[in-house]
Design a protein around this ligand. Structure first.
Ligand code: FEO
Length: 172
């Protein structure tokens, strides 16, 4: 049976993951409006990844006899000044999520919840990848500056991204 405090904290994190999905979906709509379909696709894939993160938490809570109670999701921002501003925002958002995951791990350690520690380690590693992925697009956008040709090429490259959920053994 999952500890009440951990259950509540994970419920809050499910909300944070769904908020992340909502923000990235909004970013995808902004890229659509700017005729940057590759960056929109990148954000659609990111949206699916966040839905997967939320679902993985929910399955864990249910598997340990807890109750998932969904909460209201805040409205996302809808406008940004540039592609670089979008990815800067995405990076700051991922850094915030990393802080949340670290707080969850701190709680698991404090209450000696070994199952949750093991479960949360996947997210600790995932956040390293999340920040790295967003950070590398941001670095490319900074390098590109005002070159519309380079932006077009990067958009094409980012459009190749798709999301497939990790195999069960990689998820552990
Ligand atoms: Fe679910 Fe992007 O962290």
């Amino acid at each position: 049976m999952i500890d009440d405090r951990m259950c509540e904290a994970i419920n809050n994190q499910i909300n944070a993951e769904l908020l992340s999905a909502y923000i990235y979906y909004s970013m995808a709509q902004w890229f659509e409006s700017q005729d940057l379909p590759g960056m929109a696709q990148w954000m659609y894939a990111q949206t699916q990844e966040e839905m997967f993160h939320a679902d993985r938490f929910a399955r864990y809570v249910n598997g340990r006899g807890g109750r998932v109670l969904l909460q209201a999701i805040d409205a996302p921002p809808t406008d940004w000044d540039s592609p670089q501003a979008v990815f800067q925002h995405a990076l700051e958002h991922e850094q915030w999520v990393t802080g949340n995951i670290n707080n969850l791990m701190d709680l698991a350690i404090e209450i000696n919840d070994h199952a949750s520690k093991n479960f949360l380690m996947w997210y600790v590693n995932e956040q390293v990848e999340e920040e790295d992925n967003v950070g590398s697009v941001l670095a490319q956008l900074k390098r590109i500056g005002d070159s519309s040709n380079a932006l077009y090429m990067l958009d094409k490259e980012l459009g190749a991204r798709s999301f497939s959920p990790p195999a069960a053994e990689e998820e552990k």
